[in-house]
Design a protein. Structure first.
Length: 146
């Protein structure tokens, strides 16, 4: 009986997660996937890919209050001032508003800043704007989780 209950719970969780994914519109899924790719590009230092999705006036605000422009964010990744070793997103949701998408999420982030290791849990908000049929990240802000 215990095995049946365990299997049922796992099944229910899978169905719930799939229904949440399928409930998203095509545009919401596009932005969700772009946000997910962005984190991979940061870890893998794929600067050309990041450059293509960051708006020229993008502002990237870290959990310690450090704010970077688009160029500063790219330069800091390239120079090794900021190195992401691992980013694991645990939760993310997308909301659309007439050409604007807001992504809110939570995740584990590890890496180094100026050679000092960090391993933190963050909540974050990303704002994407659609320009010429392309989604661009215009703002990102993160907070430490308690």
């Amino acid at each position: 009986m215990r095995n049946f209950v365990s299997v049922y719970i796992v099944y229910a969780l899978i169905v719930f997660n799939l229904s949440h994914t399928f409930a998203q519109s095509k545009e919401e899924q596009t932005v969700f996937n772009l946000s997910k790719k962005k984190f991979n590009w940061q870890v893998n230092k794929q600067l050309d890919s990041l450059d293509a999705i960051l708006d020229e006036r993008a502002l990237y605000i870290h959990s310690n209050g450090w704010a970077e422009t688009k160029q500063e964010a790219l330069d800091n990744l390239q120079s090794g001032k900021l190195v992401y070793k691992n980013i694991e997103i645990k939760e993310a949701n997308v909301r659309l508003y007439s050409g604007t998408a807001i992504v809110t999420g939570k995740g584990s982030f590890s890496g180094t800043v100026n050679g000092t290791d960090f391993d933190i849990e963050l909540s974050y908000t990303e704002v994407y704007v659609q320009k010429k049929n392309k989604w661009l990240l215009v703002s990102r802000h993160a907070n430490r989780m308690p």
